[in-house]
Write a protein that binds this ligand. Structure first.
Ligand code: ADE
Ligand code: ZN
Length: 339
């Protein structure tokens, strides 16, 4: 890839729509929070922890990711983690983020859900005041836990309903199909929450279909396995259902063996509203610009694709219409200046 295109990717205004805030915990911050909270870790050093980041599939990652999150106890911990991510995102010219958080990972350890939400929310407010970056929160249910646990979590979050833009579904996909959470998502719909779900990452295309039909989701997180089903692919394109694609994550978790094998180009050519995101940047070797740069280095993607992906990131967001238009105008000005 030439340096001109690399600079466009770095400089273009963008939104990030698929980032698990617990996946932004860098090993250094994990160790400093462990010291602050007197939490014992299974690793002796930052280097030992980092060297354990050799994943073979989604579950091998999740085991380490949940262990890392065990250092989060106080509101300030959630604040510090979120503030560090937002500053890093700002450096990548991210203008808006929709942040996933996993409350059950914390409430199961006795941390109040209010501690989690207030810490993350306060960091977003301060970052917006300081730099103008905007952010909203998406509460994710862990799909390996029960429907009842998800319903209880939703109830616990109700005092903070106004601080949450939507709900998602994450964690171990295989064997935990979307229909397990149909009633939870129906309740979320009644509450006026936006709905998204991880589907078709490791799981089959059928999970994408049931997420759409039974959970009524507006976006699919990952969704890269949709191409195995031509009718589903056409539906996603025609109904303009965005996919939040995470290229580095897909390679690290062996959804694709190599970035050269990633299907991002094909998704775009089939008219799918694909976006590029980092998923768990501290674990997968890069933040959002690293995802753009490595995908564009390995694949035949062009400047027009860069512009389309920047546009998609805002049009697929849950921002109000006027804010989307403002960001889309900035994208157009940026690329007009580059022409
Ligand atoms: N939680 C954090 N990252 C995830 C991913 N890539 N898939 C499912 N659950 C997750
Ligand atoms: Zn994810």
């Amino acid at each position: 890839m030439n340096e001109e295109l690399a600079n466009l990717l770095r400089g273009m205004p963008k939104a990030e729509l698929h980032i698990h805030i617990e996946g932004s915990l860098e090993p250094e911050l994990i160790f400093s929070l462990a010291r602050r909270n007197r939490v014992k870790l299974a690793y002796d050093s930052v280097e030992a922890l980092r060297s354990a980041y050799a994943f073979t599939d989604l579950q091998s990652f999740l085991d380490i990711y949940y262990a890392g999150a065990s250092v989060l106890l106080q509101e300030q911990d959630f604040y510090d983690m979120t503030a560090a991510y937002l500053e890093r995102a700002r450096q990548d010219n991210v203008r808006h983020v929709e942040i996933f958080f996993d409350p059950q990972t914390h409430t199961s350890r006795g941390v109040d859900i209010g501690v989690v939400i207030r810490g993350i929310h306060r960091a977003v407010q301060d970052a917006t005041a300081a730099s103008g970056i905007s952010g909203s929160l998406i509460l994710c249910f862990l799909r390996h836990l029960s429907e009842q646990d998800a319903l209880d979590t939703l109830e616990q979050a109700m005092p903070w309903r106004e601080l949450i833009v939507g709900v998602g579904l994450d964690s171990s996909e295989q064997g935990h199909p979307p229909e397990k959470f149909a009633r939870v998502f129906a309740r979320c719909g009644e509450l006026g929450l936006h709905r998204v779900a991880h589907a078709g990452e490791e799981g089959p295309p059928a999970y994408i279909e049931t997420a759409l039909n039974l959970l009524h989701v507006e976006r699919i997180d990952h969704g890269v396995r949709c191409l195995e089903d031509p009718a589903l692919t056409r539906r996603l394109a025609e109904q303009r259902v965005p996919l939040t694609v995470c290229p580095l994550s897909n390679v690290k978790l062996r959804v694709f063996n190599d970035m050269k094998d990633h299907n991002l180009v094909e998704l775009l050519r089939k008219g799918i509203v694909a976006t590029v995101n980092s998923d768990d940047p501290a674990y997968f070797g890069g933040y959002v610009n690293d995802n753009y740069l490595q995908a564009f280095s390995a694949l035949p993607l062009t400047q027009d694709d860069a512009r389309q992906l920047a546009r998609n990131s805002f049009s697929a967001s849950f921002l109000p219409h006027a804010d989307k238009e403002r960001h889309l105008s900035e994208v157009e000005r940026f690329f007009a200046g580059a022409a």
